[in-house]
Design a protein around this ligand. Sequence first.
Ligand code: NAI
Ligand code: BUO
Length: 259
Amino acid sequence: MSLKNKVALVTGAGNGIGRGIALRLARDGADVALVDLDEDAMQSVADEIAALGCKAAIFKADVGDRDQVYAAIDHAEATLGGFDIMVNNAGIAQVQPISEVTPDEIARIHRINVEGTLWGIQAAAKKFIARKQKGKIINASSIAGHNGFPMLGVYSATKFAVRALTQAAAQEYASAGITVNAYCPGVVGTGMWVEIDKRFAALTGAAEGATYKKFVEGIALGRAQTPEDVAAFVSYLSGPDSDYMTGQAPLIDGGMVYR
Ligand SMILES: NC(=O)C1=CN([C@@H]2O[C@H](COP(=O)(O)OP(=O)(O)OC[C@H]3O[C@@H](n4cnc5c(N)ncnc54)[C@H](O)[C@@H]3O)[C@@H](O)[C@H]2O)C=CC1
Ligand SMILES: CC(=O)C(C)=O
């Protein structure tokens, strides 16, 4: 129970990786504030957390809206009595050849994946500093934040940007006792990959399921990642064992190679 008496806020906590992280941090003993656009999904995760004996709070917010992110952190602090760990997990994918990207589409994904992470870092760091306490900030990058993938160029650009923000914020906030790290999954079997696979099929004529299968075949450990695999690493980043680590964005991808 390394996170007993800690409060964590997880964005995108209603589904997929965010749900897995919220449940893992609760199993580690934390009370968890859930932030998402999907209220029904958040309620279901909150019920699961309550069954584990921890407190949960839910707050509907769009991470691309700075005021809503600040309000979410205030709500977590007011409802759960503290604020120690910020997980900027919410993100969206976009599958498209570079030749077809439009200004509106790039603005939409940039707003959620890059600005959403930036507002989360900024608001969390200000809160930790105001509370005169140390804190942990953890951001969702990706294997696509280390390599560019065809049809995922804009998505990859946003995830490279998350790594840049992670490194810069780690330097800026180290003297305040705040660590900033990122996690970089490979292929995780969530709703996001269902949509990525469908978009590849529509754009390339591949059979549905074929793109997912091809990506998974490139994983040395022989299977897709689960949200629990990702959450195990986020648990480490949230706890005292990672206190000397900052500005890092390791791949947790099962040894994935894309061909
Ligand atoms: N699924 C994968 O293979 C990988 C995912 N990632 C990253 O992990 C993170 C989570 O991904 P998944 O769980 O797979 O996605 P998902 O699509 O399964 O779940 C995303 C959750 O975020 C919420 N969300 C979306 N936009 C939001 C917004 N503007 N404000 C608040 N909540 C919002 C959704 O309602 C949903 O509950 C993302 O940042 C993604 O880019 C990184 C590498 C691999
Ligand atoms: C969704 C995602 O980040 C990849 C590379 O699968």
